[in-house]
Design a protein. Structure first.
Length: 129
């Protein structure tokens, strides 16, 4: 009988502990920090990637920390129609990560410019000069 009472009290204590812990709010997760938005002006050019693909870059940039940025976003077709035009683009900029230690990524001659996720763009001039 004593065993029955002890196990019943233990079960009640455990259930109470579980209920109390379940009611506590979860610890706050750190928010993913967003890259700050920048507005840059430069000339859109088409470039070849190390895997033979195409990329669009903003070259001779005014207003940024680098002279060249890789452009990304849903407006890839708009980049193609604006090659050799001067554009003003706005969006978050991500600095390049450290290169991997294999293949082309480890090649010191491979350029690793910052990446801009273009959210808006407008043509400033029809030609680059």
């Amino acid at each position: 009988m004593l065993r029955y009472i002890t196990s019943t009290l233990t079960a009640c204590a455990l259930a109470g502990t579980v209920i109390v812990l379940a009611q506590e709010p979860a610890p706050a997760q750190p928010e993913k920090q967003q890259a700050p938005k920048e507005t840059l002006t430069g000339c859109v050019m088409e470039a070849k990637t190390t895997d033979g693909g195409k990329a669009y870059v903003l070259n001779n940039v005014e207003g940024g920390s680098a002279k060249m940025y890789v452009l990304g976003g849903s407006s890839q077709s708009e980049f193609a129609t604006n090659i050799n035009k001067k554009l003003e683009v706005t969006g978050p900029v991500q600095q390049p990560s450290a290169p991997a230690e294999d293949g082309a990524a480890a090649n010191p001659n491979v350029l690793r410019p910052p990446f801009m996720q273009v959210e808006s763009m407008k043509v400033v001039a029809e030609t680059c000069k």
